[in-house]
Ligand binder design. Sequence first.
Ligand SMILES: [Fe+2]
Ligand SMILES: [Fe+2]
Length: 358
Amino acid sequence: MVSISSRPEPELLREGIKIPVKETLLTPRFYTTDYDAVAKMDISSQQAEMEAVVEELRTDYNRYHYKRDKSFEQSWDHIDPETRAAFIDFLERSCTSEFSGFLLFKELSRQLQGRSPLLAEAFNLMARDEARHAGFLNKAMKDFKLSLDLVNMTKKRSYTFFKPEWVIYSVYLSEKIGYWRYILVHYHLKDHPENQFYPLFKYFESWCQDENRHGDFFKVLLRSQPQLWGTWQAKLWARFFLLTVFATHTLTVFEREDFYQSIGLDAREYNKQVVINTNHTALSAFPEVLDTSHPDFFPRLEKCADYNFQLMAIDKSNLPKFAKNLQKLPLFIAIFWQLLLIYLNGAVDAESQRREVK
Ligand SMILES: [Fe+2]
Ligand SMILES: [Fe+2]
């Protein structure tokens, strides 16, 4: 497997403010949706479940959790440059994706005000959590003398339009995969405390419960819309979103192998565990999930990561743009082909199992 280990020095917008990494297919995006269509959604078939998840959000279990304790009050200059660069990259990606969640939820809450009060409240409570998460990560970046200008990012970044149905599938998955990502790092560092080089990680156990609650909200919203689970199209969409989220996760985890190494995690094994667990969790919401036990499932995903490294190497070369694009084309086709094969590998029918899995 090819790997890219050296990272460039972070570019600065101004003193202490980092220029956000260039937007690519793999960087976290900012989303907008059809707010009127969400306002018109009839959630009455899941009213009791929705009241229950919103009550959980109101309880605000983590109200006092995101306070920086004394363990942050020290210099981090002893962290070697490679670990530092990989960690800053992890912080930036996580902060951007938490902030993207905040923006979407805040806007949904604003737009639904007075039209769909329960949903408006839920989105407001989830925006509260995501703002805390993004803020906490941005403060961690400041410990490394860098941070993101989040206000500026809201103006500069392009927004991708997603239909409400796509938002529900993809945000459900991103919350649940976020839960597994954080909790698996937490379990690992609990067993190997010697790898905990910075105190952020000890916040993950309660933090990931926020993501879990957000995921539960989206699960109820999804189940309240029969067209999102009761049709053959829904089955195809479910598989599509699972595959997209898992492919993106695999590519980014392999790209950031150095970060996972720095906390003693094997990137390949970590990726597998996150994907298997997220796929299993999705059984309780989606009409179909992928067959992660198929012998070709992970080899094909990992092949895509390999092609991605080759794409990155082409990007770094000094070739003119048209020559780069020409070299990249077969790699894009190869990635598409591998993903198509996974998509067609068959799926697990979740509807028949869903009632037993909670
Ligand atoms: Fe979050
Ligand atoms: Fe979340």
